[in-house]
Design a protein around this ligand. Structure first.
Ligand SMILES: [Zn+2]
Length: 324
């Protein structure tokens, strides 16, 4: 755990890092007595809704469809966060700008900032573009000082998702102990649903014609691939701000042909132009994979959840991998 700010107090509690301001705790200034929670991205927002139930009012900081990898803070973001009781972010690997928010909010509120990914299992990013055509390193190319060695898409590993839920529940209990039983029960119930889905993934992806998942999007599904022993390749770097090289595209097309793939995958964050090009050049069909952090406005308003998105991913993985 890195400590950056003198004015913040760091508390370690059952593996959870909580960052509190120096101001003593006081009742939230809201009209109702629900905890006001603000979460950076969709998975955290949805986990918080499930753990908090009707005891919390959760909002999402980044608008639906935002690119969290290159998000630029707006002045209003800090104001919104400083009005919340709890601020949930994934990790300093993903939301480096969280430091800025925490520092600013800690000056004047008793907002509790929670690194929900604390204690999560981490996968290193691929070591070099030569070793892996799907090489991506979040922020590495543009900002070597802030380069992360680890893949930030931790919620796509089911065990990590459970860890994050535990961290969120611990924070809610710390801030609102009178409802601790509710938070504990909600978290356990929700984690059981995740466990069931995890088992479905294991069973349904165990007998398939191919293990290869070729993704014409950014490097986001390594945790999922690692968990279910899939062979994952992606086209773009972390936020698709750099076009893949012609060699990378050719290499992807070679893999499609060599492995006789019938489907490749695309995502919302990256415009599916490359996916469409590869598909038309190689005659494959396209299937969507949801990474969780770029949920668009339409899906958000339609009431998609982390579980519903992961269920859709399983359907498309089974189809693309030609599973029994
Ligand atoms: Zn991403």
């Amino acid at each position: 755990m890195r400590l950056f700010f003198k004015k913040t107090r760091i508390i370690f509690l059952i593996g959870l890092t909580l960052i509190l301001s120096c101001t003593p705790a006081e009742e939230p200034a809201g009209k109702d007595d629900r905890l006001a929670v603000i979460a950076t991205i969709f998975p955290l927002y949805d986990f918080a809704r499930n753990v908090g139930g009707d005891k919390v009012a959760v909002s999402m900081l980044l608008p639906p469809g935002s690119d969290v990898h290159h998000y630029e803070l707006k002045p209003n973001d800090i104001i919104r966060v400083s009005k919340a009781d709890i601020f949930l972010f994934t990790s300093f690997e993903l939301e480096q700008w969280a430091y800025k928010i925490i520092n600013a909010a800690a000056e004047k509120t008793n907002m509790l900032a929670v690194e929900t990914g604390q204690g999560a299992f981490l996968l290193p990013l691929p070591e070099s573009p030569e070793q892996d055509p799907g090489y991506s390193a979040a922020g590495q190319a543009n900002d070597p000082d802030h380069a992360s060695k680890y893949d930030p898409h931790i919620w796509l590993d089911a065990a990590n998702a459970q860890k994050m839920i535990d961290n969120i529940a611990a924070a809610f209990i710390l801030r609102d102990s009178k409802n601790s039983e509710v938070y504990r029960e909600n978290a356990e119930r929700y984690k059981r649903q995740l466990t069931e889905l995890d088992e479905q993934y294991r069973t349904q992806l165990s007998a398939c014609k191919t293990k290869t998942v070729l993704h014409a999007g950014h490097w986001a599904f390594a945790y999922l691939a690692n968990r279910y022993h899939l062979h994952y390749r992606s086209a773009y770097n972390s936020s698709a701000d750099a076009e893949p090289s012609p060699q990378q595209i050719l290499s992807l097309m070679e893999q499609v042909r060599a492995q006789k793939l019938r489907y490749i995958y695309y995502e919302d964050l990256v415009a599916p132009k490359l996916a469409a090009t590869i598909a038309s050049e190689t005659g494959v069909e396209l299937l969507k994979l949801n990474n969780g952090h770029d949920v668009g406005k339409k899906d958000f308003q339609a009431g998609e959840t982390y579980l519903s998105l992961m269920e859709k991913n399983l359907i498309n993985l089974k189809k693309g991998m030609q599973c029994r």
